[in-house]
Design a protein around this ligand. Structure first.
Ligand SMILES: [Zn+2]
Ligand SMILES: [Zn+2]
Length: 375
């Protein structure tokens, strides 16, 4: 009598491969000989396994659907044993998605690459466009990635007959089972390239130098990585390209120190200007800017210029420019200046006893200092 394997697994005749696999796994867990050692259960286990072997193989399934016996008739139903794919049983119990069966593809994804891009502050702060020359691998035009010489194609491996794996029969708790390993002759590809493409020596890609134009967004900073998807090298065997990463290196600016989106700088003004107030012109990233210093500005005070820093990355708005004021005390006074300052200190009631460095005090240090200053 003809077996109905669909009934054995309890699936509909139009069940998908996934449904068949699920049904088998569920039953196999129930009926595993270690769980249910009685002979009837073992017999049932063999039946569902035979059913799975047929229905999971499109060719055998078709044969079954047409009323044929995929096991060749001899011994009727004695097909289980040697030749059963062990990995499917492992699947059933351990749920490991069995390594994709059959030959593996020669095509693999290309590697990622990183290149460093040096920018000055204006470029990183406001964005720029750069043409970059990269050494990379591109698809071989001659073989289109196949690796085989023009007019030829990879031959089916005669050791594994294109399966990419070779099988070995071993004994285990199920009796004889088959284990597989990658074919040593073709390396698991299932095919052998007998006449490699001369252009790429069979790799399917060639090395080249390529110029790419990239837009660097405003607000990147030292150490920022920019990912350019698919701009890395093409993979072997015509595989998809990896990504290209740009690593930003920011050159130090002579005036501004960048902290995040803010810029910092220091300006020195004379003591008198700090006391009386002044205005000065400063070269910013936006061009010359007038800065007003209030009368009475102290050394160390910060004058902010809002939104004169760098553009925020992926946001609107800009950081600030923060000007740190350094008040300079005069280094050398001529007699008239000294007199004026004394007068000022008298008027302000700020006279203090002269120290040993005061002019007119003939200590060792002041003599030394006078000599040094050419007085
Ligand atoms: Zn080639
Ligand atoms: Zn092989």
């Amino acid at each position: 009598m003809a077996k109905d394997y669909y009934a054995t697994l309890g699936v509909r005749r139009d069940a998908s491969q996934e449904e068949i696999k699920k049904a088998y796994r569920r039953l196999a867990r129930e009926l595993h000989p270690d769980v249910n050692p009685d002979p009837a259960t073992q017999e049932r286990f063999k039946e569902i396994t035979a059913a799975y072997e047929v229905l999971s193989d499109p060719q055998k399934r078709q044969m079954h659907d047409m009323g044929g016996d995929p096991f060749g008739g001899a011994g009727g139903g004695a097909g289980f044993g040697a030749g059963f794919p062990f990995s499917d049983i492992m699947d059933a119990f351990f749920g490991t998605a069995s390594a994709s069966r059959g030959p593996r593809s020669r095509a693999r994804r290309g590697r990622n690459a990183t290149i460093r891009v040096e920018l000055d502050l204006a470029e990183s702060g406001f964005g720029t466009t750069r043409e970059l020359v990269v050494d990379t691998a591109i698809l071989c035009e001659v073989c289109q990635g196949s690796g085989a010489a023009a007019g030829t194609h990879p031959d089916t491996c005669d050791m594994c007959h294109g399966r990419g794996e070779v099988s070995q029969v071993t004994r285990s708790f199920l009796g004889q089972v088959m284990t597989s390993r990658p074919c040593p002759q073709c390396g698991g590809f299932g095919s052998v390239i007998r006449h490699p493409c001369q252009e790429c020596s069979g790799d399917g890609r060639v090395r080249t130098r390529r110029t790419i134009k990239v837009r660097i967004p405003a607000g990147v900073e030292d150490g920022t990585h920019i990912q350019l998807a698919g701009e890395g090298e093409v993979g072997p065997g015509g595989g998809p390209p990896g990504d290209l990463f740009l690593e930003i290196v920011e050159r130090p600016h002579p005036t501004f120190e960048r902290r995040g989106d803010d810029l910092h700088c220091t300006v020195s003004i004379p003591m008198t200007a700090a006391a009386l107030g002044t205005s000065l012109t400063m070269e910013t990233l936006d061009g010359p800017e007038q800065i007003d210093v209030r009368p009475g500005t102290q050394s160390g005070q910060v004058i902010p210029l809002y939104a004169r820093g760098v553009q925020r990355l992926n946001e609107t708005g800009r950081g600030d420019l923060l000007i740190h004021v350094n008040v300079e005390t005069p280094l050398k006074l001529d007699p008239e200046q000294e007199e004026l300052l004394r007068k000022l200190s008298q008027l302000r009631g700020e006279e203090r006893p002269p120290g040993k460095f005061a002019p007119g005090q003939q200590g060792f240090f002041s003599r030394l200092k006078d000599a040094f200053n050419g007085r």
